[in-house]
Design a protein around this ligand. Structure first.
Ligand SMILES: [Zn+2]
Ligand SMILES: [Zn+2]
Length: 155
């Protein structure tokens, strides 16, 4: 009988949370994982051999970092946060979400980031103009386009 053995790296999730991802340059969700070498018998990991260390994985871009990355303070001034604050100010002053969105697209941000910024700035509570179907932040009372009173947008 031939015994096949080797070692294999296994990951165990220790915790999750938010951190500043140096790759995304933004606040992101992470997973803190512990990597271990396992003694594998017939390719089935059986014994944890030694801990090779802990690593932090950004759930957005998938990049792995050393655990120390968690001690980096999250800057409240990432470019995305700034876009979101500007967009929110626009939305609060009565700009339709569609226009704020277009404005962000015009700055050259990717659609993906525009969606994130809009979601952060507009929140989930939105209002709708029944006449032209423009949507607004929930704090806005009247449509900037036609002046009609806004209705709660269907979720
Ligand atoms: Zn990232
Ligand atoms: Zn309207």
């Amino acid at each position: 009988m031939i015994i096949i053995f080797g070692s294999k790296v296994r990951y165990k999730t220790l915790s999750t949370g938010q951190f500043y991802c140096p790759q995304c340059k933004a606040r992101r969700d992470y997973e803190l994982r512990q990597a271990r070498n396992w003694f594998a018998l017939y390719f089935i990991p059986v014994i944890p051999l030694n801990q090779i260390g802990e690593l932090v994985t950004c759930l957005t871009c998938g990049t792995n970092f050393a655990k120390e990355v968690l001690s980096t303070p999250i800057p409240s001034n990432t470019p995305l946060d700034r876009f979101a604050r500007e967009a929110q100010a626009d939305l609060d002053s009565g700009t339709p979400i569609e226009m704020a969105r277009q404005k962000l697209i015009n700055t050259g941000l990717s659609r993906d980031l525009v969606d994130q910024v809009i979601a952060q700035a507009a929140g989930t509570d939105r209002k709708l103009c029944p006449a032209d179907r423009l949507t607004y932040r929930s704090t806005v009372q009247r449509c900037a386009q036609c002046g009609a009173p806004l209705e709660p947008a269907p979720q």
